[in-house]
Design a protein around this ligand. Structure first.
Ligand SMILES: Nc1ncnc2c1ncn2[C@@H]1O[C@H](COP(=O)(O)OP(=O)(O)OP(=O)(O)O)[C@@H](O)[C@H]1O
Ligand SMILES: [Mg+2]
Length: 297
């Protein structure tokens, strides 16, 4: 009676935040993430970073409740932070000290007081993000990709159970992006990884589950595979040659070398010019926004 059941994973309920000036950035967010890599997808200004900063205890919600592995995040922020890694969307300027040195300082702050243990942790992280060779260099001289990798190393100090990464692959070349994804996939074997992005393809490749957020509300969430499968047989496509009028009613349009490809939703094929379209996560994303009352295309 009255006994608390230990639950693993992240639980968010009724999270609200209105900024001064009146922007409702979070409008009643409920989410449950049990394990692995979870994708958070949404247009600019949807509230992704606000949600992530709130989970990282960098700002407070107006209302709501959040737990990670049964720890009440708002009531016990310090306990939560011990098990948290956060890579912000905009990385500030790093001071002109070496990556190894900076990692040591942050590891110390995270409780690695013992020099041997701290050395071991710093070496492990440098290895993981492939920065061993460049560890002596000042972080301020790193390229964008190296900076991101360094950022994830900071976020992974102490193997936290919750890792939050806010648009981590923006501006990375394909090789760096792949490398980054491999590190995250590995981390997701022991942690909950919450990944926000505009790049639908990243989520399709990496995340078994996702949520689409729009104007501070979750408009769809669930298994990536199931969300895609539910549109099988209900989407149609046609390529309109460049220069020709594009018919109304598209779910989304994309430029192709031979014309503009339109995708639309319907019970049956609109006309012989159309063919069946195999649903993708991009379609799920646009359908979610459309059904939430915000049209596109
Ligand atoms: N500190 C702030 N003060 C006032 N309004 C803010 C603040 N931070 C964010 N907002 C507003 O809150 C809304 C949500 O912003 P947020 O940064 O969370 O969105 P986002 O989904 O991360 O967007 P993006 O994809 O562009 O990074 C936006 O309308 C934004 O302008
Ligand atoms: Mg953002």
């Amino acid at each position: 009676m009255g006994q608390r059941v230990d639950e693993s994973g992240l639980k968010i309920s009724g999270l609200r935040k209105t900024y001064r000036g009146g922007v409702q950035a979070l409008n009643g967010v409920d989410l449950t993430i049990e394990s692995g890599m979870y994708g958070l997808l949404g247009p600019n200004g949807a509230g992704k970073s606000t949600l992530m900063r709130t989970l990282a205890t960098l700002q407070s919600p107006d209302e709501g409740y959040m737990t990670m592995d049964s720890v009440d995040i708002l009531a016990e922020p310090n306990r939560h932070r011990q098990n948290l890694g956060y890579l912000p969307q905009h990385i500030g300027a790093y001071p002109g000290i070496s990556a190894r040195n900076l990692l040591h300082r942050f590891a110390w702050l995270k409780g690695f007081a013992d020099t041997v243990a701290r050395n071991y942790e710093v070496d492990r992280l440098l290895e993981k993000v492939n920065l061993v060779e460049a560890a002596h260099r000042k972080v301020a001289t790193y390229s964008g990709g190296m900076m991101r990798r360094f950022g994830i190393a900071l976020a992974l100090i102490g193997s936290p159970r919750l890792v939050i990464v806010d648009e981590p692959t923006a501006g990375l070349d394909p090789e760096e992006r792949n490398r980054f994804h491999r590190v995250l996939s590995d981390v997701a074997t022991y942690a909950v990884v919450l990944l926000s992005t505009h790049i639908v393809e990243d989520i399709e490749n990496l995340c078994r589950e996702l949520a689409v957020i729009q104007q501070g509300k979750i408009v769809v969430d669930g298994s990536t595979k199931d969300l895609i499968a539910q549109w099988t047989g209900r989407l149609w496509t046609k390529t309109i040659p460049h220069g020709e009028q594009i018919p109304q009613g598209s779910l989304h349009l994309s430029a192709r070398p031979d014309g503009t490809r339109m995708v639309l939703e319907g019970e049956a094929k609109p006309d012989d010019g159309f063919e069946a379209h195999r649903p993708t996560l991009e379609d799920v994303y646009y359908l979610a926004l459309l059904n939430a009352g915000q049209g596109t295309a």
